[in-house]
Design a protein around this ligand. Structure first.
Ligand code: SF4
Ligand code: SF4
Ligand code: FES
Length: 228
């Protein structure tokens, strides 16, 4: 892959042709909201719809995690159309999310808090009707508490369990509003093969996996970077 030059928000940047824009931007200290992206993943998931950017000469915004950079591209991370789409996607995520940061194990490390600050919106939103789940909180793991009600369905823990460590014991169950991450026989995630893995806390961008030991999660080994 050859070296090319692009601009992001008027910053000239050298990068490798064909890289995904999201990682180029984050590596250069330009934050683009994201929840579902994982650098190591072969193909982007593209599920959270938060990473929209505008590309000069193109009518519709693109998701930065699926956009491969080309020579001379001019990218705007704060274009009005991109921000409108990201704010709508964020409000939809929050319509299923019980916001209780004061009592949440992830507060201060939570990507939702960071994205709300970046987009200049409140975490408590009335924009869409609220549908909160009432699933049991699982405290059976020695290292994490799993609160599926806070899950934003980003798929990162599922990728970690299947692709990274090759266990494949947890996955998505059901569809639509009922969708959640569980084991295949609905046994507690805290009793699964992943029960001792603090990486479940580190890979989860929100408070669905929170550390029993509050020092876990601060390394953010799989977190998504950015300057803000
Ligand atoms: S997951 Fe994030 S937004 Fe939700 S309650 Fe916890 S800290 Fe607050
Ligand atoms: S539990 Fe966390 S990492 Fe897993 S899908 Fe939900 S939000 Fe994503
Ligand atoms: S990070 Fe691009 S769609 Fe989730």
């Amino acid at each position: 892959m050859g070296v090319i030059r692009i601009t992001i928000d008027d910053h000239g940047i050298e990068c490798s042709e064909g890289e995904f824009l999201l990682w180029v931007a984050l590596d250069h200290g330009i934050y683009i909201p994201n929840l579902c992206a994982i650098r190591e993943r072969r193909e982007p998931y593209g599920g959270c719809r938060l990473c929209f950017v505008e590309v000069e000469g193109q009518e519709e915004p693109w998701t930065a995690c699926t956009l491969r950079v080309k020579e001379g591209m001019k990218i705007y991370t704060r274009g009005p159309k991109a921000l409108r789409l990201a704010k709508t996607a964020f409000a939809l995520i929050l319509s299923n999310h019980p916001v209780d940061c004061a009592h949440c194990l992830k507060t201060g490390l939570c990507e939702l808090q960071k994205i709300a600050r970046h987009l200049g919106v409140k975490l408590r939103t009335q924009r869409f009707k609220q549908f909160l789940r009432n699933l049991p909180i699982d405290e059976t793991s020695p290292v994490f508490v799993y609160d599926p009600n806070k899950c934003v369905l980003c798929g990162r823990c599922v990728w970690y369990c299947h692709e990274k460590i090759g266990i494949g014991e947890i996955g998505f169950a059901y569809r639509g509003f009922q969708r959640w991450v569980t084991t295949f026989d609905n046994a507690p995630v805290g009793q699964s093969e992943c029960r001792d893995r603090k990486e479940m806390v580190e890979i989860c961008p929100v408070g669905a996996f929170g550390a029993k030991d509050r020092t876990v999660g601060k390394t953010k080994i799989y977190q998504t970077g950015g300057s803000k």
